[in-house]
Design a protein around this ligand. Sequence first.
Ligand SMILES: NCc1[nH]cc(CCC(=O)O)c1CC(=O)O
Ligand SMILES: [Mg+2]
Length: 353
Amino acid sequence: MAIKYGRPIELREVSRREGAAVPHALDLTVRPRRNRKAEWARRMVRENVLTTDDLIWPLFLIDGHNKREQVASMPGVERLSVDQAVREAERALKLTIPCLALFPYTEPSLRDEEGSEATNPNNLVCQAVRAIKKEFPDIGILCDVALDPFTSHGHDGLISDGRILNDETVAVLVRQALVQAEAGCDIIAPSDMMDGRVAAIREGLDQSGLSDVQIMAYAAKYASAFYGPFRDAIGSAKTLTGDKRTYQMDSANTDEALREVELDIAEGADMVMVKPGMPYLDVVRRVKDTFAMPTFAYQVSGEYAMIAAAANNGWLDGERAMMESLLAFKRAGADGVLSYFAPKAAEKLRAQG
Ligand SMILES: NCc1[nH]cc(CCC(=O)O)c1CC(=O)O
Ligand SMILES: [Mg+2]
């Protein structure tokens, strides 16, 4: 018997009632709205859920003490001095957010052509990792690996004659990863899109006795306009010369994303990421279906700014848009999301019980 919409097709005709009770009633066997008739019924058939376990909270760091600075293009997001970042780590623990991601605003005087501050074992990121881990060893810490917060030109790698050098950059990234891991960072997240960096970092970590440190590769990272507010936050917006299209991916491509992800997995990535998030949910789905790896998405600064700005203008319900946007990542197959909404979303989830 052919089954369609949960009822044998042969029986659908038979079941029609004579003289419907309601005038103009449609003779429908299947009414999808029945499963939506009440909140308890909707809860029963709900396919995806967002929990606080799905959230990674990115924090911006700034030098100083007891300092919090609003990021102009990201309403509600601040740059934090290390002591304040420690306070936020405590908040994250209470909200059962499993992991923080750290990004430094580097003083312009510390930026140079080579991004040397990246490999300073006492740079702002390393200070913050040590301070947070000392007080709250049970929260996960992810550190970005790329040179852009530290270079005077704002690029993720070393430059020669206007070209971003791949292999030379990878050597520096390994040293950057090592100072972060030695400071106590749990997850190294290379965001630079140089070829071969995952393998090099894995080897560097293993040779230094840091084989427990995980790698979350920004595997499919696109050259995107949605990073604008982030570059404002870390202070590279004004200095960035040109664009990042010779290393970050072309937004027209998805097969290429699969090849990038496959390489990073082969090179030793424990987890992979797609970035940006909402405009690339198709990529998240393909990556998850193809590789069945822990797959993360980054709801980037521009995505956050759009929702926050519209909400501040009263153009949409900010809380609902936030929750809906985060759930979209779960629906697309992501295991978690890096989001500036993390603390707000976690507060809301916990209030719901
Ligand atoms: N390589 C650094 C890096 N790591 C995360 C982001 C963007 C995150 C965001 O926009 O929220 C960027 C910016 C860039 O590649 O230019
Ligand atoms: Mg790659």
